[in-house]
Structures are given as structure tokens and as C-alpha cells.
Ligand binder design. Structure first.
Ligand SMILES: Cc1cc2nc3c(=O)[nH]c(=O)nc-3n(C[C@H](O)[C@H](O)[C@H](O)COP(=O)(O)O)c2cc1C
Length: 192
């Protein structure tokens, strides 16, 4: 069965990202078609990216934190990114974590769940572009939670029920493409 990681993009103290990821995970865990786990970027304590050689050309990672991050992503078959919008894009923490890796993400599927004062849709589209560079296939459904209507006091996640079908559709789409892309990865491994 496919293993899909729900990745929390924000790392600041007081962040709401874990609440959103936990809610998505609760819905995902009801399904028997894939295994889901929450991955918190904060736990890896990644320093600000300063690699001399980009991951795509590197022979390995020097920092233990980066090796752990790499192994965690490598072990997953697909992803659901949970990202806030910071200054009309994704938070630096998420971009930083993504920039460390390359092949670990390739030929895998991802869904994007965003939140922000206008749903975080610009951040979601920025993330889609970055992921396409890493050869990640992002699915169509893109649930976007609004800080004014899906949170109490901008801090307690109280999602409107209207989002559930979009999240279910996203999970269906990620699982479908994850299955399809497993064949692409198998072919790539044969050709290597
Ligand atoms: C530095 C910063 C910039 C932000 N810029 C935007 C923005 O451009 N658009 C938006 O919708 N919300 C913006 N927000 C609001 C965040 O989306 C909101 O605070 C959200 O809770 C942040 O996610 P987090 O709590 O998981 O860190 C910004 C918040 C911060 C801290």
C-alpha cells in the first residue's frame, strides 16, 4: 500500500499548520486505500540552505538533519503539502526544506492544501511551480482555508464542512496518481 506524507510547511511558534494537517490526517486515516502520516518540517531543524553543491549534482548530504529529511521523503510514495501563505508565497521554511532535495521527490504525486487570509491560493500556485521543477505531479483539487471563515480568532481551526469534498477529491487524486507513478519510478529504476 502507498505511503503518503502530509507535510506541515510552517515552523514558527504558535503556527496553525499542525491543526490543519491533523484535520486532513483525520479524514485521510479513515481511508483504507493508503497509509498516511504527518511529517513536520520543524522536527528536522534544517539550517538555512547553504549547500556548496545542489542536491541534483551532489553525491550525498553532509548534515545529519538533511540526511534524515532525505530518507523520510525518499520513503514516501506521495504527498499532501499543507502550506500557509506568507507574503503571497510559501513560507521560507517550506521552500528551504524543498530546496535541499531533488530525486527524493521525483515521479511522485502531491496535493496542496493552503490557508491564509485569502485562502493561500497564491502560495499554493507558487508551490505547484516549484514542485513541477522537481518532477512532482500536482493534482487538480486544491482546498484553500480562509483565516476569516475557517478559523476562530485566526488561531483555532474550525473548518467549514464545504471543504470536506474537496479534501476527499484531493486524496482520491493523490492516491490515483501515486499508484500510476509507481510504474514510472519502477521503469526509471530499471533504466538506471
Ligand atoms: C510573515 C507573514 C506573511 C503573511 N502574508 C500573508 C499573505 O501574503 N497572504 C495571506 O493570505 N496571509 C498571509 N499571512 C497570514 C498567514 O497566512 C497566517 O498567519 C497563517 O496562520 C500562517 O500560518 P502558520 O500559522 O501555520 O504559520 C502572513 C503571515 C505571516 C507570518
Amino acid at each position: 500500500m502507498a505511503n503518503i506524507g502530509i507535510i506541515i510547511g510552517s515552523t514558527r511558534p504558535g503556527r496553525v499548520g499542525p491543526q490543519v494537517a491533523a484535520w486532513v490526517h483525520e479524514l485521510a486515516a479513515k481511508r483504507s486505500s493508503a497509509n498516511y502520516e504527518v511529517i513536520d518540517i520543524q522536527e528536522f531543524e534544517l539550517p538555512l540552505y547553504a549547500e556548496a553543491v545542489p542536491a541534483a549534482m551532489s553525491q550525498g548530504y553532509e548534515l545529519a538533519q538533511v540526511r534524515q529529511w532525505s530518507e523520510r521523503i525518499n520513503a514516501l510514495d506521495g504527498f499532501v503539502f499543507v502550506t500557509p501563505e506568507y507574503n503571497r508565497s510559501i513560507p521560507g521554511s517550506l521552500k528551504n526544506a524543498i530546496d535541499y532535495l531533488a530525486g527524493e521527490f521525483a515521479n511522485k504525486a502531491a496535493g496542496i492544501v493552503s490557508y491564509g487570509s485569502s485562502g493561500g491560493v497564491t502560495a499554493a500556485e507558487h508551490l505547484r511551480i516549484s514542485l513541477s521543477t522537481l518532477q512532482v505531479a500536482t493534482v487538480q483539487s486544491a482546498p484553500a482555508f480562509n483565516l476569516f471563515t475557517d478559523f476562530e480568532n485566526f488561531s483555532t481551526f474550525t473548518p467549514s464542512a464545504v471543504h470536506e469534498p474537496a479534501v476527499s477529491r484531493l486524496l482520491d487524486q493523490v492516491e490515483g496518481w501515486t499508484h500510476g507513478l509507481s510504474h514510472v519510478r519502477a521503469l526509471s529504476a530499471l533504466a538506471a
